[in-house]
Ligand binder design. Sequence first.
Ligand code: ZN
Length: 165
Amino acid sequence: MQIAQNTVVSMHYRVATAEGEHVDASAPGEPLVYLHGHSGIIPGLENALTGKTAGDKVETEVAPAQGYGEYDQGLDLVVTMDAFPADARPHLQPGFRFRAEHPTKDGEQVIFTVAKVEGEQVFVSGNHPLAGKTLRFQVEIAEVRAATAEELSHGHVHGAGGHHH
Ligand code: ZN
């Protein structure tokens, strides 16, 4: 079966930046499983996998616009502590995430991560850690199957590598 809209794909993968810095890889014997065509993986990788079948090896380079987005310096902000609700302030430590309005794009929500706190100043970034990076993927397709009706109605994979509920 070929990878197409509404197929469930199991794949082994390794990803590095264009500079060769290791980013991530699937664990041995534990392929990543996703529902194709439902934004489960970044668009550039999804496009490169369309039409492939089990056993295929795919190497592809994904530009930021088709990956985790361009780096937006407007999303690196310094916010004073009193801009946060009182009940959120104790949680403002590196790694804490919260959702807020995009500072310049009306109606767009952004996930911000606290980078550091210095006194009353909270340094936050709405950039994904991989924003602005060109990524090189090495993929081996392990299995391709049709999604079940239930998986399609939920928009995600059930069973091994997917949701259990
Ligand atoms: Zn489900």
